[in-house]
Design a protein around this ligand. Structure first.
Ligand SMILES: [Cu+2]
Length: 575
């Protein structure tokens, strides 16, 4: 992948400068562009770790194409499935106001695009700026089907920070020396945890610390003294990651396509689904420095990929001499895999740049437990190779989510088809217990179901996500489709409304689409239900997602335009 400079469109914008003083919003609107893309889902042989695998890609590229747009622009992406699997694409973090048909999670808002089929995703970016991404939302195909989605401000609007001279997307990924779909199939057969990955990657490359990889290590060239914006995306399937650049401080200026108060740190922790924009100034002696990522693994006794991926930040004056001499490259010190203190300090340090409009008259107080579980087996079976002859599961409020297969939930709701889902997802756990204590084994087995929670249009929602110690406590990066929410509080242990609510940050909390529920703790978010449709909320660790760590909100229509779900496009795939 190349590094990218700004889009420049100077001629047209110069013409419009005079007008823009008077008609700023109209000018921005008239300047909006339509971006047409053709995405062909196809298998492509790719060699990593000395071996070639036929992986599923978009247009044969790995990582997939970077999409660059401005706020207000529209994307029209004709997707053709030339691979052997059903697939859908999700535009992670795009709000898709009243347009769930373009969101993409299979069997939630659409049926998958079948082999040989096509579907055109059409959507407009409204009032969002920063780094998002896109990925497959079927089975485990997003292991290799992903790319960056960069949203620049409207013409004439600067960044609220030092203008970088270079912008670099950093896609952190995870590589199996096997077909990831076979890894998933094996886990689904045995009921045991899936095999962990063999490498992490930066822009598709594992880097110098893996076999047969150092020739292709990603290298980013910088000029001495320049400021670079790193748009970091955790596209890994199952692993939260620490990331650092040797000798360089990172100033966080945005997360999940929302600006943040500048926050300087040596280390970031980024969960699957999250993005973090950081400014880096090339103010060190001209040399070569590693950027590196390794696991943050909060679950106890869990297997994980304990390797380190690297790319090289190379001062341009070093380019020739350093490569020839293969001089020493400085490696950053990354935290221990279980360093929850560092992970928490980073996440809790994020703030919005100024006061955020946050719901304070709450209509819906929701409390969802999130965590793992075990399904008991009556007899020993090859399908029950989880702990003590069980199958792994995961749940929210004890409901282990089951994806429909006959029709998507959104279509079933829109067309009034019964029997696909039920609207009885519980607002609180069916049984109250000491969530983070020593949980009785009788409470470890969840109930399977396809349940949604209905919200009236415009209702003010507070949702507390509470981790449990069932099987193990663990940080779960929870992603809500169709929304950005304010993260008003977090803590360890059990949430206590009387004690914890007064400490909520209702002034400048960060606004995100994915937030980690602290291991053995809770996180509180607030949002206004101002986007009608069916919206999946799930753990972005895909091994947990397939075990059922998900639910859906069904937000009813309000009155009029942008409050009513638009009719489905005529090419919406059939199940
Ligand atoms: Cu999880």
């Amino acid at each position: 992948m190349e590094t990218r400079k700004f889009i420049d469109k100077p001629d047209q914008s110069c013409l419009l400068i005079a007008l823009s003083v008077v008609l700023a919003s109209l000018v921005s609107f008239s300047d909006a562009e339509d971006h047409y893309h053709e995405f062909v889902i196809q298998a492509q042989p790719v060699k990593r770790l000395c071996r070639t695998h036929k992986i599923i890609t978009v247009n044969g590229q790995f990582p997939g194409p970077t999409l660059e747009v401005r706020d207000g622009d529209s994307l029209i992406i004709k997707t053709t499935n030339a691979a052997q699997y059903n697939i859908t694409l999700h535009w992670h973090g795009v709000r898709q106001i009243a347009n769930p048909w373009a969101d993409g999670p299979e069997y939630i808002t659409q049926c998958p695009i079948q082999p040989g089929g096509t579907y055109t995703y059409r959507f407009t970016i409204r009032n969002q700026v920063g780094t998002l991404w896109w990925h497959a939302h079927s089975q485990w195909l997003r292991a290799t089907v992903y790319g960056a989605l960069i949203i620049y401000p409207k013409v004439g609007l600067p960044y609220p920070f030092l203008t970088p001279s270079q912008e670099i997307p950093i896609l952190l990924g995870e590589w199996w020396d096997r077909d990831p779909m076979a890894v998933l199939q094996q886990a689904q057969f045995t009921g045991a945890a899936p095999n962990v990955s063999n490498a992490f990657t930066i822009n598709g490359q594992p880097g110098d610390f893996y076999r047969c990889s150092s020739q292709e290590t990603t290298v980013f060239s910088v000029e001495s003294g320049e400021a670079v914006l790193l748009r970091i995306i955790n596209a890994a399937l199952n692993q939260e990651l620490f990331f650092a650049v040797a000798n360089h401080k990172l100033t966080v200026v945005g997360v999940d396509a929302a600006y943040t108060k500048p926050f300087t740190t040596n280390i970031i922790m980024i969960g699957p689904g999250q993005t973090t924009d950081v400014l880096l100034t090339a103010d060190q002696s001209p040399s070569r420095y590693y950027m590196a990522a390794s696991a943050y693994e909060s679950a106890q006794n869990a297997a994980f990929d304990n390797t380190t991926t690297t790319a090289v930040l190379e001062y341009s004056s070093e380019t020739c001499s350093a490569r020839r001499q293969s001089s020493q490259v400085l490696l950053p010190q990354l935290p221990a895999f279980n360093d929850t203190t560092t992970a928490t300090a980073f996440t809790a340090g994020l703030r919005s740049p100024s006061k955020v409009s946050i719901p304070n008259k709450i209509d819906e107080y929701l409390f969802f437990t999130v965590g793992l579980g075990l399904i008991n087996c009556l007899l020993p079976s090859p399908n029950c190779q989880g702990p003590n002859g069980t199958r792994f599961a995961a749940s929210m409020n004890n409901v282990s989510f089951v994806f429909p297969t006959a029709l998507s939930i959104m279509q079933a709701y829109y067309q009034g088809v019964p029997g696909i889902f039920s609207a009885d997802f519980p607002p609180v756990p069916p049984i109250l217990f000491n969530y983070t204590g020593n949980v009785n084994r009788g409470l470890w087995q969840p109930v399977k179901g396809t349940k949604v929670y209905k919200l009236k249009y415009g209702s003010m929602v507070q949702l507390v996500l509470q981790d449990t110690s069932i099987v193990s406590t663990e940080n779960h990066p929870m992603h809500l489709h169709g929304y950005q929410f304010a993260v008003v509080g977090m803590g360890f242990g059990n949430f206590n409304a009387a004690r914890d609510t007064p400490n909520f940050n209702l002034v400048d909390p960060p606004v995100r689409n994915t937030i980690g529920t602290p291991a053995g703790g809770w996180v509180a978010i607030r949002f206004v239900a101002d986007n009608p449709g069916v919206w999946l909320m799930h753990c972005h660790i895909d091994s947990h997602l397939v075990w059922g760590l998900a639910m859906c909100f069904l937000v009813e229509n309000g009155q009029g335009d942008q409050q009513t779900v638009i009719p489905p496009p005529s090419d919406l795939p059939q199940c």
